[in-house]
Design a binder for this molecule. Structure first.
Ligand code: SIN
Ligand code: FE
Length: 315
């Protein structure tokens, strides 16, 4: 296994921007904002020393002091803003009610901030799930495809994006310990090296066994098949393929990122392969950014993969 090179702040710091402009005021004509969108779309991680939105100390304290091992919990606690629904945890009503209101407020605050910070996307996104991740990531015993300590790009089995990009905003709520990630080479490099082996051509031509299996599986679970494009099929396959590929996991060059307490970072996790190596207590909100509002659509994964396959993967 090749050792990861640890880099201090290899990402773009937006703190200077924050100091010089009051940061939440959109710049005239949105030039800064567009530049940030472009950096993100091209695979940069944008980093803030502390949350650039209101995240009340009392709420943080509540999240940290729950006995998470005693609350019945799934992989993470998730919150669906469109339905105002908390999932993945059960316990006494008062605790659940408070958790729900914390997640509701957190989700709204992040969305408000992002609308000002990344103006080209404002109001055009699909506000996806938020999550709270209270378990130590190091040594978690999860099935292979659910493991987050293996490098992967994100794709959601139950939520096809039809080319929309997955933008996630994370905050490390741990008061002492960093959240440690690894990343590797960019999407295009990985796609050119591995997409063929992962079955891109068959999926692009829609004659793969996998496409049919995923569709059958989807309809059994009641997701329906409507809306799943060859792009969605491939990204699900690529997520699994990268996690299954021990040669890739061992040999790909790795960069280690250590996000200190209170750090907040945003990243398109559909193009930045990532793994979380350790850390406990992160909160996160996901946004799906539709193709028509991207500022650099030419580097979107659906375009890169379409170029490799020689045909469009979304309609
Ligand atoms: C992920 O792989 O998407 C999880 C990252 C994290 O929890 O830090
Ligand atoms: Fe991920």
């Amino acid at each position: 296994m090749k050792k990861a090179a640890t880099r201090n702040l290899p990402w773009v710091s937006v703190d200077d921007y924050k100091r010089s402009t009051g940061w939440v005021t959109p710049d005239q004509g949105g030039a800064h904002s567009r530049a940030y969108c472009e950096m993100l779309e091209r695979g940069q991680i944008l980093f803030f020393r502390e949350p650039p939105f209101d995240l009340p100390a009392d709420d943080q304290k509540f999240l940290l002091e729950q006995q998470w091992s005693e609350l019945r919990m799934h992989k993470n606690v998730s919150y669906r803003p469109s339905e105002d629904m908390l999932r993945g945890v059960s316990g006494n009503r008062e605790t659940i009610g408070r958790l729900q209101s914390i997640m509701r407020n957190y989700s709204a605050q992040v969305a408000r901030f992002l609308g000002k910070f990344l103006t080209p996307y404002a109001g055009k996104w699909n506000l996806d799930f938020a999550s709270f991740r209270p378990l130590e990531e190091e040594g978690r015993d999860l099935p292979l495809h659910k493991r987050n300590d293996l490098l992967h790009v994100d794709a959601f089995p139950s939520r096809p994006t039809r080319g929309a990009r997955i933008l996630r905003v994370f905050t490390n709520l741990n008061p002492k310990k960093p959240r440690v990630w690894q990343t590797t080479e960019g999407f295009e490099v990985l796609a050119r090296r591995y997409a063929g082996g992962a079955g891109l051509q068959d999926i692009a031509e829609d004659n793969s066994f996998l496409s049919r299996t995923v569709q059958d599986f989807g309809s059994k679970l009641g997701f329906g098949v409507i809306g799943r494009t060859p792009y969605d099929m491939f990204m699900l396959r690529f997520h699994d393929f990268l996690k299954e590929n021990s040669e890739f996991q061992a040999s790909t060059p790795k960069t280690q990122l250590e996000f200190p307490p209170q750090a907040t970072w945003m990243v398109f996790t559909d193009c930045v392969a990532h793994a979380v190596m350790s850390g406990q207590y992160a909160i996160e909100q996901t946004f799906l950014i539709p193709p028509k509002v991207l500022v650099a659509p030419e580097v979107a994964p659906y375009r890169i993969l379409g170029n490799i396959a020689g045909r469009a993967l979304i309609s």
